[in-house]
Design a protein around this ligand. Sequence first.
Ligand code: HEC
Length: 191
Amino acid sequence: MRSTGRMLVGLGLLAGGVGFFLAGMGRAGDDKAAKEGILKIADAIAKGEAVGDHAKALAKKIEEIDEVMNLMRPRKGTKGGLGVGSKPGAIQPDGIELKLVQMGRDAPSATAAAKQAEALEKMAHVIAAIAEVTMARPDKKKPKNWIKYAKEMRDAAPKLAEAAKNKAPASLQKAAAAINAACISCHTEYK
Ligand code: HEC
């Protein structure tokens, strides 16, 4: 009897272990892994750390590029993105892509630039992080332009961070438009 009990406990532990292992592997379209990974890389970028290896690791972990792209969708919705700022809906539009489009078209007011400075700086680091992962995961058939556009996105992001820090409406507009141009170039060619 005692040995059966021990065996059952053993089986239980084994089943638990397998479950844990499977959970750790991540399922198809593991958006949580992408989200956490991007936020970590964005934090490292904010600190001025090198992120190449982390970006490569996350690029390997995701199955499709839209797992990181979706993070730039509005926060609300089924494939909800990261939004803009820590408080949902406080800043509009509450999605990175829409924010870039709007800010690239109309410079924010000085008041908005001051109020949203911290959120916009963080957004810039998230954009840089997504660009790093995108660079590390080029299109297999046509890698050259893919990497070029992803680099344009990555290189424009620090200008957005700088403009946010300076609370400078015109620079914010210029940087947002430059980033947006990189998004559009790549989507036109690859989507
Ligand atoms: C190097 C190429 C590349 C760059 C640069 C790029 N994207 Fe994408 N993006 C893609 C591809 C490819 C898809 C389609 C993925 C799919 O549907 O499987 C996509 C999909 C998306 C999606 C999700 C699907 C949708 O249509 O809503 C969003 C949101 C998005 N991108 C936003 C952006 C934004 C914002 C930028 C710039 C800040 C950007 N992307 C830059 C390649 C790129």
